[in-house]
Structures are given as structure tokens and as C-alpha cells.
Design a protein around this ligand. Structure first.
Ligand SMILES: [Zn+2]
Length: 124
């Protein structure tokens, strides 16, 4: 089994463990299918976020990514009613689960991400 095949197998295994809603679990565990994560497993070529500003990881998505400005604003407003922004994972899960799930559902972490950016060269 080659390294790439092994990575793909590992990726599929991890993928199966993730239950719905996928983005939410991904965000909370920090093992989401962000571009940084996929790049680490050599599933895609670049760790860059589609916004072009940073490597795409959970922190960037939550706090910085321009593509999520609108969703972040909504989440932030809701959280700031009772907590400081940014708040921690625990508070997000305990008090703001509904808004947080709405936010995570907007994160572009799906299969199209993988397809558009996949490492075809590594397969041959
Ligand atoms: Zn971004």
C-alpha cells in the first residue's frame, strides 16, 4: 500500500466516524475537513482557504475568513448577548449551539472542495 493510498484510507476512515452535522463536529473537534487538514493528508494540493488570505483551518474560519463575514457577524451578535467574543468551544456548545450550528453549516468544507483541488498527480 503506497503512502497516498494509505492517506486516502485513513481519510475515509476518519470521514466515516464523523456523524451529521459534519461541519459542526468538524469545527468542534478541530479535525474538520479544512484545506489545511486535507493538505496534511495529501488529499489536496494546497492548504489555502478559498478566500486566498490564509491557510484554511478552524481558527481562521471562525475568526478571520472573509467568506464567512456575514455568518460570523450573526454568530458574534448572538454570543455577545451573554459572552465575550470570541468565546470558547465549551460555551459555544453549551449556550450557543443553535447559532453555532448555523455558522458551521455555512463553512465551505465539503466534497466539492476536495474535487476542485485534488491531487490528481499523486494518483498516477
Ligand atoms: Zn478564508
Amino acid at each position: 500500500m503506497g503512502r497516498v493510498t494509505q492517506n486516502r484510507t485513513e481519510y475515509k476512515r476518519l470521514n466515516m466516524k464523523i456523524n451529521l452535522p459534519q461541519n459542526f463536529t468538524a469545527t468542534v473537534t478541530g479535525h474538520g475537513k479544512t484545506n489545511s487538514y486535507l493538505h496534511h493528508f495529501k488529499i489536496i494540493k494546497a492548504p489555502t482557504c478559498p478566500c486566498g488570505n490564509n491557510d484554511q483551518n478552524i481558527d481562521i474560519l471562525l475568526l478571520d475568513c472573509q467568506l464567512l463575514n456575514k455568518e460570523r457577524k450573526t454568530l458574534k451578535q448572538s454570543i455577545q448577548k451573554t459572552n465575550d467574543w470570541p468565546t470558547n468551544n465549551r460555551e459555544l456548545k453549551r449556550k450557543h449551539i443553535k447559532e453555532f450550528m448555523k455558522f458551521t453549516n455555512k463553512i465551505p468544507l465539503d466534497e466539492t472542495n476536495v474535487k476542485q483541488n485534488s491531487c490528481e498527480l499523486l494518483e498516477s
